[in-house]
Design a protein around this ligand. Structure first.
Ligand SMILES: C[S@@+](CC[C@H](N)C(=O)[O-])C[C@H]1O[C@@H](n2cnc3c(N)ncnc32)[C@H](O)[C@@H]1O
Ligand code: SF4
Ligand code: SF4
Length: 425
């Protein structure tokens, strides 16, 4: 088997709605993936006058439910039909399981590019717009808490955000969703309600992740309605505060229940995930309590392995530069054997493709970050002034990618992702 390239090529000529319709040849279009990536594909199709026939998803949480007014089928119900190739066209749409979904299509006898495509074919890059270049907390596993040097701080205005969205939609007509954070706290931006409203008006799904550890008008936020809201947590009580440095568990908990109440009162239809960071110290009682809280609130419980962000720190470990005290404290709590993972990645630096290559984080001041996993390196690229193809070229040829791949740093995240399967998220 040939070694996969660590940076898979990105074709910046995103498929147009007309080209997609030609490819589908009148067959029923199903979106495989009921979560937010699939939701974004649905938005992109409907915005462009194309109808989806339904969703496929093997997760029990979607069975028997309607999503966006459409039925959700178990994959076999559609792919196992006699003559499926003649009657269905699939768009696979998942952040983490894309490879498995594509494999499922192949096993059903579908041919890539003819009978199924990936959401990546519709949207060559996944933009992350950092609407807030600052945070109220100093989490020890995040650059805000474990790095000494920081980029300029500020908020993106609603007007600038609209310009960013205009360019994204011009260059990527089938864009489905935009993530509104990278290394900041998006809900601190006073323009958040306008930003969400503009995204809704343009039929683009937004993804927010928040520490929910400050005072905020939750009724207004629920009304503005992001597409997906992640609530970051890492245990309860003192355990929470260990890694959510500067945060208060009681404040998070109070906001959590207020959010659940507001959502129930207004029958809000967006998904909320309790994004639970797993460490050595918070896997037992804390884990169960947060899982129960999510169930009671009607939120999705999504455990992920807590890691040491950003990858600037991984490079420091490899090159023997000293880590900050906060980063060293954090390393003690990580469940995985990081030195062994780094070692294995460095020995086979190019053996896995990079999962970050399509992520294009745009900072609040419009500069392009070098990568979604790194904090400080920025490309000398202004998003509004640079055509998509040039941005992609700048990233693919960047010194950062070369430096990162030479040491296999892009692979260090892999064991964390693989372990997500083990924890059943
Ligand atoms: C840097 S945060 C910015 C958004 C927001 N401030 C928050 O914390 O949710 C981006 C994402 O990284 C996740 N994250 C932060 N530190 C992490 C860590 N040490 N391990 C795993 N995920 C982490 C958060 O849960 C969040 O979804
Ligand atoms: S993880 Fe989020 S909440 Fe914590 S310091 Fe980083 S940006 Fe802030
Ligand atoms: S910097 Fe590393 S992780 Fe980021 S896109 Fe480049 S190779 Fe991938």
């Amino acid at each position: 088997m040939s070694q996969p390239a660590y940076l898979s090529p990105i074709d910046t000529r995103s498929l147009s709605a007309a080209a997609l319709a030609t490819l589908a040849r009148g067959r029923d279009i199903y979106i495989w993936g009921g979560a937010f990536v699939g939701g974004g594909v649905w938005k992109a199709l409907t915005r462009n006058g194309l109808a989806a026939a339904g969703f496929l998803d093997s997760s029990p949480r979607f069975h028997g439910r309607k999503l966006r007014g459409l039925n959700v089928f178990k994959p076999d119900e559609i792919l196992g039909r006699p003559g499926a190739r003649q009657s269905v066209f699939i768009i696979t749409a998942s952040g983490h399981w894309e490879g498995q979904l594509q494999e499922g299509c192949r096993r059903a006898g579908l041919i890539e590019g003819e009978d199924f495509i990936s959401f990546n074919d519709l949207t060559p890059i996944q933009p992350a717009v950092e609407i807030s270049g600052l945070c109220n907390l100093r989490c020890q596993g995040c650059p805000r808490g474990n790095m000494d040097e920081h980029p300029p701080a500020g908020f993106m205005s609603a007007e600038t955000y609209t310009e960013v969205l205009n360019k994204l939609l011009r260059e990527i007509p089938l864009l489905g969703s935009v993530q509104l954070y990278t290394w900041g706290e998006p809900l601190l931006n006073p323009a958040i309600y306008e930003i969400l409203a503009e995204s809704r008006r343009r039929d683009v799904l937004t993804v927010i992740s928040t520490n929910l550890n400050f005072s905020i008008d939750l009724a207004r936020l629920v009304e503005a309605g992001p597409g997906l809201m992640r609530l970051s947590a890492s245990g309860c009580g003192a355990d929470y505060e260990k890694t959510h440095t500067g945060g208060h568990w009681e404040r998070f908990e109070a906001n959590f229940w207020s959010l659940a109440k507001e959502m129930a009162a207004s029958k809000a239809d967006f998904e909320v995930e309790l994004y639970y960071h797993l460490y050595r110290h918070n896997q037992g009682r804390d884990f169960q309590r947060l899982k129960d809280m999510a169930a009671e609130a009607g939120f999705t419980f999504r455990p992920i392995l807590g890691c040491l962000y950003p990858w600037d720190n991984i490079e420091k470990i490899i090159t023997g530069q000293g880590l900050s005290e906060a980063a060293l404290r954090h390393l003690e709590l990580i469940g995985a054997d990081l030195p062994a993972i780094i070692d294995e990645a460095a020995q086979n630096p190019l053996s896995e493709p990079c999962t970050q290559v399509r992520c294009f984080p745009i900072d609040w001041d419009l500069r392009l970050l070098g990568c979604g996993g790194w904090y400080l390196p920025r490309l000398d690229v202004n998003f509004l002034e640079t055509p998509l193809a040039e941005m992609v070229k700048a990233k693919m040829e960047s010194e950062l990618c070369r430096r990162c791949a030479a040491r296999g740093i892009h692979r260090v995240n892999f064991p964390f992702m693989a372990d997500q399967a083990a924890i059943g998220s």
